[in-house]
Design a protein around this ligand. Structure first.
Ligand SMILES: Cc1cc2nc3c(=O)[nH]c(=O)nc-3n(C[C@H](O)[C@H](O)[C@H](O)COP(=O)(O)OP(=O)(O)OC[C@H]3O[C@@H](n4cnc5c(N)ncnc54)[C@H](O)[C@@H]3O)c2cc1C
Ligand code: SF4
Length: 850
């Protein structure tokens, strides 16, 4: 049946659903329909245009709905948002909606899936959610406010993403999974055990091999607890059900179209239903009876239907179910026959308790062909290995399985037909052809092949393929400077350049941009060329540095005084309280052990600093790409387990490195013993006390890609420790790329940690004396940026909301009251309940009490 071609057809195509695959279908059709044979109408149930559902969780990491947007306006496409299709009249070839009828010559169903909610008592309670749409995530975030416990039903891929989201919302989180391991579909038993260890270390408790039997409400009627089949009860004030998905086939069912054996709109390998005018793509389609719950096979169906509508004969190529994810900061990948079900297959496994990596390769019975594999903890080998499935191994199995083994195997071993980007089905051959045609960097490869534009896991391979083809990739900072950040740093340092104008005149072109200006500002600041607001330096800074405070979403600023090591006297605490009260600032203790004061207007900043500076505070540089805090535990002074004075060291380090400008923010912590209460291994440089001194760790961070720092040197004296940190920081500041955090800098370094050690311990480059001197200059020249502003009327003049009306406060900044503190008023109140909690008030000028 799939041999028939649609030939010269054309007319009106109605697409039902504007999810990822519906959108891809429209783009594919428009890109190839050069004669404009088809007019396109898209009916979308959601109120927002298509967005990247695969990256949905990035919403909780700060990505806005706009950043996830996939839709680009197109004059030839009528997109009807918030207008779901309610029926199909196949005889009249019309789709109905609440607003009217849409005739079609071809109809493409792209309705996706819905989240399956098992028939368990209480799943209809307030506080129970699914995890599918941006609206779901907004509702979860709203409900999480002020609550402390959350649970996820389902420990699969989606369940773990949801668990991470609850964690990011500061809920103490549990995951309940019916199977005996996490991610049972993707990973095997040993991989699941390793994953569980990682997940539990992050504070997510997993309950495996148990079912949820009921959800119970609390006194307010919202969900409060979860009952398990083994008799246990878990506290859960917010529950996410992530127990699988089901295809949305209700329209097709009602229209009398055949469905797959497990649901889904039954289509052949041309993605056509039993009605020759109706097609189905994406998760709602049961291609030859099977629904695919991943985006890559969905995209393949979209391409097939676009081709068919234009007279082609494309057929569905089959699905690659390979998955690579960063779940709760842990790399997890599975590909091919991950569970080893091929008769006679052999397993090669590798477990490294030190790096906590687990890897398994499944090989054919003669150990020559790669059939599949599982990677947990280190998935750097994934792109190479996945591309080799079905072909010969690119190296000896054990070498491939050692950490980063696959990465070092190189791309040379990849056959031409190997799929480099499985999301968009792009082969090595196509990438090589694009490079031969002149694509000289990753953005160019993305633009002409689409490789790397979906999940992004193949981007490292694209770089390797460019390298392998001998293409020298540009390191230019931006269109105004051909030099990299590192080269610019050296130019500024060696030539003694003191201004941006001089640098761009002598070594760049044009007038600069938002990329190069802050980078040069940071380089000048790192080299100690004066106050960041002096002369033309001020115009280079981004908004936070411009006002020496952190811009918030409502246009107000937050103020963070430095509290070295988190140690503070009662008198200073009282001053902070008084300032917060008098200026009516929202007050919050930060994760870095200091106090953040939110809601200040620009013109209030100097008044607030004045009070703080007079009490002995100084800027905490919370706004700058600079050292933030050196967090510490109480150490041997108070703690029974402590073996060194962690607070004393933290204060000394914070004072030494305060104000040091860097390519990215810098965080540090000191723990008084191996129990690690200060979480030093999550920092750019972390110190853990030993019986005889200090262990130094480098390259850790939290955030989007959490990473534990690596052990760099052991049992150091305080003097040795400080010397190594001095050099580490100065070498980083000199050589890192723009916005490259220490972890990424070390990862990208040729030779990695060993090279770093050779440079700053063994002085292999003969740089150490220079690095030591540079740090000595920084320490000697430090002065408080807030105080410097207060003492200079010229600098002070910058702090007005409106340049042409300096005495007028910004009236758009208004506040509501929540839990007794001022908070920004956000758009329309989301619900009547929230309405009652928040009464908008406009705050006037500070009320100063004496
Ligand atoms: C949190 C999360 C993480 C994921 N991570 C990955 C991943 O890492 N890798 C991967 O491959 N996949 C992942 N997926 C799955 C991936 O998002 C889906 O495979 C993909 O979105 C399917 O696209 P689709 O267009 O078929 O369906 P959808 O994106 O669900 O779009 C269907 C659209 O149709 C609309 N619709 C339904 N009925 C109607 C109607 N009657 N009228 C009008 N509109 C209608 C729906 O409202 C929806 O907007 C993830 C999914 C989620 C939720
Ligand atoms: S890290 Fe050690 S010394 Fe510091 S508080 Fe914890 S147990 Fe005590």
């Amino acid at each position: 049946m799939s041999e028939r071609r649609e030939g010269n057809s054309g007319g009106r195509v109605v697409v039902v659903g504007n999810g990822m695959v519906g959108q891809r279908f429209v783009e594919a059709l428009r890109a190839r329909d050069h004669e404009r044979r088809w007019r396109v109408t898209v009916l979308a149930e959601e109120r927002r245009p298509a967005y990247d559902r695969v990256r949905l969780s990035a919403f909780f990491d700060g990505a806005s709905a706009e950043e996830l947007n996939l839709h680009t306006p197109d004059d030839g496409v009528e997109l009807r948002l918030g207008e779901p299709a309610t029926g199909i009249d196949r005889a009249r070839r019309v789709v109905t909606t609440a607003a009217g009828e849409h005739p079609y010559d071809a109809l493409v169903l792209a309705t996706g899936s819905y989240a399956f909610v098992p028939p368990v008592d209480g799943t209809d309670l307030p506080g129970v959610f699914v995890y599918r749409t941006l609206d779901d995530l907004e509702a979860i975030r709203e409900h999480a406010r002020g609550r402390r416990t959350g649970a996820v039903i389902g420990g699969g891929l989606l369940g773990l993403e949801a668990a991470n989201a609850l964690r990011l919302l500061d809920l103490s989180t549990s995951v309940v999974e019916f199977a005996p391991r996490l991610m049972p579909v993707q990973v095997d038993e040993a991989g699941g055990a390793m994953l569980r260890r990682y997940v539990e270390e992050l504070g997510v408790t997993s309950y495996l091999g148990v079912a949820t039997t009921a959800l119970r409400p609390g006194p307010d009627g919202a969900v409060a607890a979860l009952e398990l089949s083994d008799g246990r009860t878990l506290d859960a004030e917010l529950v996410v059900v992530a127990a699988g998905i089901r295809p949305r086939d209700e329209l097709a069912r009602a229209a009398g179209l055949p469905l797959g054996p497990r649901g889904g709109v039954l289509v052949d390998d041309a993605c056509r239903t039993a009605d020759e005018r109706i097609w189905a793509v994406g998760e709602c389609a049961a291609v030859d009876g099977t629904c695919h719950g991943l985006v890559a096979p969905g995209y393949a169906t979209a391409e097939v239907v676009a081709d068919r509508l234009l007279g082609g004969a494309a057929t569905f190529p089959g699905a690659d179910t390979a998955t690579k994810l960063k779940l709760l900061g842990v790399d997890v990948a599975s590909f091919g026959d991950a569970h080893g079900v091929t008769p006679g297959c052999l397993d090669v496994t590798f477990t490294d308790p030190a790096t906590r990596a687990y890897a398994k390769l499944v090989l054919s019975d003669d150990a020559q062909t790669l059939l599949g594999g599982v990677l947990v903890g280190d998935a750097s080998a994934y792109p190479t290995l996945r591309a080799c499935v079905g072909g010969p191994l690119p190296g000896p199995p054990l070498a491939l399985l050692a950490p980063a083994g696959g990465a070092t195997a190189g791309v040379g071993a990849l056959p031409a037909a190997a799929q480099v980007c499985s999301c968009n089905a792009v082969t090595r051959e196509q990438i090589d052809a694009a490079i031969a045609d002149g694509a000289a960097d990753v953005p160019a490869l993305k633009a002409c092949t689409r490789a790397g534009t979906s999940c992004g896991s193949c981007v490292p391979m694209l770089k390797q393929l460019l390298d392998a083809a001998g293409v020298r990739q540009s390191t230019a900072l931006c269109e105004h400077f051909a030099a990299s950040r590192q080269e610019l740093f050296d130019i500024v340092r060696v030539r003694g350049i003191r201004t941006f104008s001089q640098l761009i005149a002598e070594h760049g072109r044009g007038r600069g941009c938002d990329i190069c200006k802050p980078v040069v500002a940071s380089i000048l600041a790192s080299l100690g060329t004066g106050h960041v607001l002096d002369g033309e330096q001020a115009s280079l800074q981004d908004t936070n540095d411009h006002f020496l405070a952190n811009l918030q979403r409502d246009g107000s600023y937050s103020v963070v005084p430095r509290i070295p090591g988190g140690e503070i006297s009662p008198e200073k605490l009282i001053v902070i309280g008084e300032v917060a009260r008098d200026f009516r600032l929202y007050t919050k203790i930060t994760g870095g052990q200091r106090i953040d004061l939110f809601g200040a207007r620009v013109e209030q900043l100097p008044q607030i600093w004045r009070r703080l500076v007079d009490a002995g505070f100084e800027s905490g540089h919370a706004y700058g790409k600079a050292l933030r805090t050196v967090k510490s535990c109480v150490g041997e002074t108070w703690c029974r387990y402590g073996v060194q004075d962690s607070v004393g060291l933290a204060i000394a380090l914070e004072l030494r490195y305060r104000g040091l400008r860097a390519p990215h923010k810098l965080k540090s912590a000191v723990s008084g013993c191996a129990r690690e209460c200060a979480e030093a291994r999550g920092k750019d440089f972390g110190i853990i006390a030993t019986e005889t001194g200090w262990n130094l760790y480098v390259g850790g961070n939290g955030g989007f890609r959490p990473r534990h720092a690596d052990l760099f040197a052991t049992d150091l004296s305080t003097e040795e420790l400080v010397r190594l940190i001095d050099r580490f920081l100065m070498y980083y500041i000199r050589t890192a790329d723009r916005l490259q955090r220490t972890a990424a800098w070390i990862e990208a370094m040729d030779g990695g940690l060993d090279h770093l050690r050779s440079v700053i311990v063994d002085d292999s480059l003969g740089l150490c004396a220079e690095l030591d001197a540079a740090m000595a200059r920084h320490v000697a020249s430090y002065s408080d940026e807030w105080r410097d502003v207060l003492e200079d009327p010229d600098r002070l003049r910058r702090f007005t909301s409106f340049v042409n009306a300096p005495d007028v406060p910004d009236s758009s900044i208004t506040f509501a009251v929540e839990r007794g503190q001022p908070v920004p008023v956000r758009g329309a109140p989301p619900a009547a309940a929230a309405d009652r909690r928040r009464q908008p008030v406009t705050l006037g000028l500070p009320e100063v009490r004496r």
